[in-house]
Structures are given as structure tokens and as C-alpha cells.
Design a protein. Structure first.
Lengths: 431, 135
């Protein structure tokens, strides 16, 4: 099979390199001599990919690390709801690749990968170049199943009914619509079924849109038409909504009239079991699958996500290719930016070991997700994970939610920590 | 004013049955530090490590988790407390106190309960040494 050929080539290369080093009396295995540097290529510069790039260089400065990302700057999904709430600007949630390039010695290429040849160990770029790798890491994020709601499409998302689930132009479109809406209008938010990126995200969005409406258009309301029966941090969100935005937010479970049967984009109406719901602004977050590159590279399973070995995040379908972030199947871990960065660090450490011919060390993984309900009202969920025979599992007794009876001081402190978290995690990844 | 830690946690876990918390685990949080969470974990992968290089590596892997909130190498650029610059002893006792609930926190006790005392020691040693090295 193709993989064995690649392994054979690798053996051949390292054999030659080894004897050359022997001749010159060098003992280093893969250090900075000509083309003998081990090369790791990372595709995707989000939370998972950028963290992998930085930590590879940090853990083994002898590695050559290339990050391929088509965008020149990355706008984070975390805190994009804060932008909708008027609490942050787009500029404040935009990260660049300057520090990875200048401080950490990552070769950042602004291009798009159009093909992966797992057999040869190469990626092909839209710009025409082909780049070889010893190990490849893909962090392609998510893609949408637009057909999960009949009547919805990418075209409608881009022009009229945004998903705003990848931050950037979509966030701005939704923001413009909220700003243009009349006082007394209805905002409809349609969260998807599991699994999807950022489980508490749609409900933080409802909260911060409510904050904006309460401040500027207090007669307005929000209807959440959910594809699920329950949602992340539900008790905490519901309590926060009752306290901060009484009567403003209506949540419908899938069987309680929340399931969207059809969208009529022209009439701005969603059909449900309880009849039509008309929105002045509609935000549909469609069901999701791994990013396109994962499909193109043959890394996905029948459910549309990428199975990986949890100790190294190496694909179980293609040797030598690692998948981190929202696209991978990571057991108990949610699809979050924090989880992606934690996976990126574990993958980086594993790759360093694998390139030295050693087994990956047992991983330790973590997640912390803050959600803001109001400017001084923060909540969180934490998780610590380990690798077990059944995959990545919660460590029993650890993690969990902000206590249901947290005091106002604690909630305010969590809101402050949310902001501190954002500053630090972005600096940990892109800084 | 504040309710007792265990009570708060009990309520939080009751809201989310996803987390496999049981009253026995919560009770075990009280004084006896040796008998905490990992006991119930199915088949822990790591056999006891004795090699000092491997121990340091384990400490590093564990410590990488901290930097997501506390900054790279524990150097915070925000309201989050820095871990960098603190001694091994300080970090170890802080984590143990978060774990037992002796020290109140928003999120740290939920994190600290995910680590054995041995792991807490390795994390503390990693950051303690890092601070010594670079100071």
C-alpha cells in the first residue's frame, strides 16, 4: 500500500542522512544540516493549527515548521458574539501571523491547499507549489450542511440570512441587520443538532444580542428555534435570561415547536410544527461536518468527521497525517477553540516524539469555555480529559459548570476572567 | 454568605448529568487527598513513571494545559494570575488547596480535581524549574 512506500522512502532518506552525518562526525539526528531538517506542515491557521505550529517550534526548535493558511488574518469565533453585543470591535478579535513568523520561526505561507498526497507525503498549493512533509497536521475547522434546513443555501447565507458561525463577513452581515432592525422587531436564531462547533455559542449569542436589543431596541424579542431537546449550560443560561432579559428570549425545544421544517427566505418565515415564525432578522446555524480539506484528503468517516488516535491525533485513516480541532472526533471534548489548542499542543508533543522514533507520551487535555450572558454576568464550563481504552474521557470528579447558585460577585468575576482568558489564549496561540 | 463548596458543586453537577460525578467522588474531596478522582477512571494508560527525563516530560505535557488561560510558560498578559515566577512549593500548595476546596475559586477547583497529587507535583515542579531557569 501507498503508506508503506512512504515509510520506505523515509527510511531511505534517514539512512542516507545518517551515514552522511557519520562521515562528518556529527551525532545529531535531524538537526540543522541542509535538507535533513524534519519538516512538519500544518494546514489551517485557527486555534488548532496555529497552536500546533507554535508549540512544535517551542518543543523542538530543530524542526522546520510550515503553516499554510489562505487568510492573512484570522478573526476568532470566540468573542464574535461580543461584537454583536457591541462589547468588542472586529479589530479586537482579529489575530495575525506576524509573531508566529518573526518570534517563533514558523514559515507562514498565505495559500490554499488543493491536494494532499498521503503516499508521497506532499501537499499541493493553489499557487502551484508542491511541498513535502515528514508529518502533516490538518486543522480544517468546520463546513456546513446547508441542506439541513430546506430552503436554506450558502447563497442565502451570504446575502440575507447569515450563519455567522465562521467569524468575519458573516458576523458583520448579522451585525448590520441587527443595527438596521426596528425597535419591536423579532430576531430568530436557529441552533443546529449535535455535534457542532461551540455548544454554548448559540445561547451566548442570544444573550448578547439581547443585551444589544435591551440597550437600543427594548421592545424587540428573540425566538430560539432549536434542533435539540436541551443545550449546553441550559440551567445557567435560562436563569441569566430571566434575571437580565425577562420576557425577551423565548426558547423552543425541537419537539416544542423548535424544529425548523422549512425556510421561506422571501417571506423571512420559518415553518415549524406550531406554524410559521416570522423574523425581521434570521440567524440560521446549520448542521456541520469537517472542513472541506478533510474530505478531499480522505480523512473523514461516514459521519463526516475525522477519526484520530487520541494519544497523537494521528488520523486512523492515513498514517503521517494528524487532525486537530473541530474536524476531529475527540470523544468527550467539545468542539471549541480551547479544545482545539489543547489538541494542537498534544499533537505537537506527539509529533516531536514520533519524529525521534519514540512513542507519544500519554496526553493530558483540557477545555475551558466562558460564555457571557451580560457584561458583568459570566459563566463557564471546564473539563479535564485523559486517554482511556474507550477514547478521550472526562476525568471523573473534575470539570463541570459554574455553580447554579453562584453569587453576583462570582458571576462578575467570571465575566472578567472570560476577557482575561481571551487575551491569554490568543497570545498563547498567535503571540 | 457563600455556601459551602461541596454544596455548590453538588448543585452544579445535578444540572448536568453528563459529568459522571457521584456523591462518593464529592465526598472524597473533603480531607483525604490520596483517594481522589482517578480511582474511578477506567484503565489509566500511564504506568508509574520513574525515569527523571520522562517525569519532566510528563510535567511538561500536563503544564501545557495551563498556558491556555495563564499564558505561554505561565506568563499572563491579562487579569489571569501568572504561574511563572512562583515557586514549586507555592504552586503545589495552591493547586492542592483548589482541589480540596480549602481555597475558593471560580474555575480552578474544577480543574484541580482533574489531577492526582503526583501530577500536581509534576506541574508545580515544571513551572518552578522554568522560573528558576529563566530568572
Amino acid at each position: 500500500m501507498s503508506i508503506s512506500r512512504r515509510d520506505f522512502n523515509k527510511l531511505l532518506v534517514s539512512g542516507v542522512a545518517g551515514s552522511a552525518f557519520g562521515l562528518f562526525g556529527m551525532s545529531g539526528t535531524s538537526l540543522a544540516v541542509g535538507g535533513a531538517k524534519k519538516h512538519v506542515v500544518i494546514v489551517g491557521g485557527g486555534f488548532g493549527g496555529a497552536a500546533t505550529a507554535k508549540y512544535l517550534r517551542k518543543l523542538d526548535p530543530s524542526l522546520a515548521v510550515t503553516l499554510i493558511e489562505q487568510k492573512l488574518a484570522y478573526i476568532t469565533c470566540p468573542f464574535s458574539n461580543w461584537v454583536l453585543g457591541g462589547l468588542k470591535t472586529m479589530k479586537e478579535i482579529t489575530q495575525t501571523y506576524t509573531a508566529l513568523r518573526t518570534k517563533h520561526g514558523v514559515n507562514v505561507i498565505a495559500d490554499r491547499v488543493v491536494g494532499v498526497d498521503a503516499a508521497k507525503g506532499t501537499v499541493k498549493l493553489a499557487g502551484g507549489r508542491t511541498i513535502g512533509y515528514d508529518r502533516l497536521v490538518v486543522s480544517p475547522g468546520i463546513d456546513f450542511k446547508f441542506d439541513s434546513i430546506p430552503g436554506y443555501s450558502q447563497k442565502i447565507a451570504e446575502s440575507k440570512i447569515p450563519h455567522a458561525w465562521q467569524a468575519g463577513p458573516q458576523t458583520l452581515l448579522l451585525q448590520r441587520q441587527l443595527h438596521a432592525m426596528k425597535n419591536g422587531g423579532t430576531v430568530v436564531i436557529c441552533p443546529p443538532d449535535n455535534p457542532f462547533r461551540c455548544p454554548p455559542g448559540p445561547y451566548e449569542r442570544a444573550s448578547l444580542v439581547a443585551h444589544y436589543l435591551k440597550t437600543h431596541k427594548p421592545k424587540s424579542k428573540i425566538v430560539i428555534l432549536d434542533a435539540k431537546e436541551k443545550f449546553s449550560k441550559q440551567g445557567l443560561f435560562t436563569k441569566g435570561w430571566d434575571r437580565l432579559y425577562p420576557g425577551m428570549i423565548e426558547w423552543r425545544s425541537a419537539t416544542g415547536g423548535g424544529k425548523v421544517l422549512k425556510l421561506d427566505a422571501d417571506k423571512m418565515t420559518l415553518e415549524t410544527d406550531l406554524g410559521g415564525v416570522k423574523g425581521d432578522v434570521i440567524n440560521i446555524i446549520p448542521a456541520q461536518k469537517a472542513g472541506k480539506l478533510a474530505f478531499d484528503a480522505g480523512l473523514t468517516n461516514e459521519k463526516g468527521w475525522c477519526p484520530v488516535n487520541p494519544s497523537s491525533f494521528e488520523s486512523t485513516l492515513h498514517k503521517g497525517i494528524h487532525v486537530v480541532g473541530d474536524a476531529c472526533v475527540a470523544g468527550a471534548m467539545p468542539k471549541s477553540g480551547f479544545a482545539a489548542s489543547s489538541q494542537g499542543k498534544v499533537a505537537a508533543a506527539a509529533i516531536v516524539n514520533l519524529l525521534r522514533g519514540q512513542d507519544p507520551a500519554p496526553p493530558s487535555l483540557v477545555n475551558t469555555c466562558y460564555s457571557l450572558i451580560g457584561p458583568k454576568y459570566g459563566i463557564s464550563v471546564a473539563g479535564v480529559y485523559q486517554f482511556s481504552a474507550t477514547g478521550i474521557i472526562d476525568i471523573p470528579g473534575s470539570g463541570g459548570l459554574t455553580p447554579a447558585d453562584a453569587s453576583d460577585d462570582q458571576l462578575e468575576q467570571e465575566a472578567l476572567f472570560a476577557e482575561g482568558w481571551y487575551t491569554n489564549i490568543c497570545k498563547d496561540i498567535w503571540g | 454568605m457563600l455556601p459551602k463548596k461541596n454544596v455548590m458543586l453538588g448543585l452544579a453537577f445535578a444540572v448536568v448529568p453528563l459529568f459522571q460525578a457521584s456523591s462518593t467522588v464529592l465526598a472524597a474531596d473533603a480531607p483525604a487527598p490520596a483517594a481522589t478522582p482517578t480511582v474511578t477512571a477506567p484503565a489509566p494508560v500511564a504506568p508509574p513513571i520513574t525515569d527523571p527525563v520522562k517525569l519532566r516530560e510528563r510535567g511538561q505535557i500536563l503544564a501545557l494545559s495551563c498556558s491556555g488561560c495563564h499564558g505561554t510558560d505561565g506568563k499572563s498578559a491579562s487579569i489571569m494570575p501568572s504561574i511563572y515566577g512562583k515557586t514549586t512549593g507555592y504552586i503545589e500548595s495552591a493547586l492542592r488547596d483548589f482541589k480540596s476546596g480549602a481555597r475558593t475559586s471560580t474555575v480552578m477547583s474544577r480543574h484541580a480535581k482533574g489531577y492526582t497529587d503526583e501530577e500536581i507535583h509534576l506541574i508545580a515542579e515544571y513551572f518552578g524549574n522554568l522560573s528558576k531557569k529563566k530568572n
